[in-house]
Design a protein around this ligand. Structure first.
Ligand code: KIV
Length: 281
């Protein structure tokens, strides 16, 4: 049965939550079968599928298309659509219109980077029936302001700010919160203080769940962050397969008999006569 945001919230005190950032139908189907709880169509699609340098140039239409693909695959998993840069910062109406596009594409919820700066937007979405996952710590859409993809909450004052943001997310009615690249103590403190599940990436083990980006997890990203764990080395498997294919084609080993079909002999004879006739006319 399909998970709801309520089911995810109830997991806080029961077991750890699993989430991945994923963008396409086949891998989302495999993840759904594997029992991953949440499929996030992240704006990290920018780097991982489109080869962009950062997430700042992703239009809503890209997330919308990938939400459609992932949602078709999600029989059980909850699907969250990431609100891309400038799809919600510009105001409440823009946030609502863009979130509605993702929900109509099949998202069960949306994710917003930041909390206090977007209080009105978060309230409006929730009031309109759209569940919101918030995101604190390293918020990649603000990497310029943060001075790069740097760890957050190393100093006590910064850590306290992140904790306050998370508490606000809880009080606004966000159903869960991503904590990215903070000191483990910060994530632990938040997990302890708030009622909604914390889902961490690069923020240590004291969280209600973990999230990894699929290309990091499968060993496709050339230089993954240190906090991502490789559970497979797909890039070398893919390269080996492509080399074998290339060599087979060059050496005439592919396609083999089982990969093609032939006409019936009498049909081929007829064809030859037809072609001969055409040439004579
Ligand atoms: O876009 C993304 O993949 C994310 C995750 C890292 C949480 O926001």
């Amino acid at each position: 049965m399909k998970l709801t945001v309520r089911d995810i919230m109830k997991l806080k005190s029961r077991r750890k939550i699993t989430m991945i950032a994923v963008y396409d139908y086949f891998i989302a189907s495999i993840a759904d079968n594997a029992g991953i709880d949440i499929l996030l169509v992240g704006d990290s699609v920018a780097m991982n599928l489109y080869g962009m340098e950062n997430t700042l140039n992703v239009p809503v239409s890209i997330i919308e298309n990938h939400v459609q693909a992932v949602a078709k695959a999600a029989k059980r998993s909850l699907v969250v659509g990431d609100m891309p840069f400038m799809s919600y910062e510009t105001g409440v109406e823009d946030a609502l219109r863009n979130a509605a596009r993702l929900v109509r594409a099949g998202a069960d919820a949306v994710k917003i980077e930041g909390v206090s700066a977007f209080e009105k937007q978060i309230r409006k979405l929730i009031d309109s029936g759209i569940p919101v996952m918030t995101h604190v710590g390293l918020t990649p859409q603000r990497y310029r302001l943060l001075g790069g993809y740097r760890p957050q909450g190393k100093k006590a004052e910064d850590a306290a700010k992140i904790i306050r943001e998370a508490e606000l997310a809880d009080s606004l009615g966000s159903f869960s919160i991503v904590i990215e690249f903070t000191a483990a103590e910060v994530a632990a403190e938040i997990t302890d203080r708030i009622s909604i599940p914390t889902i961490c990436i690069g923020s240590g083990p004291y969280c209600d769940g973990q999230v990894l980006v699929i290309t990091d997890l499968l060993g496709i990203t050339p230089q993954p962050p240190f906090f991502a764990k490789n559970y497979a080395n797909l890039s070398s498997i893919i390269e080996k397969a492509l080399n074998e294919y290339k060599n087979d084609v060059i050496e005439g080993k592919f396609p083999a008999e089982q990969h093609y079909f032939k006409m019936k002999e009498n049909e081929y004879d007829k064809l030859k006569i037809l072609l001969q006739k055409e040439r004579q006319d």
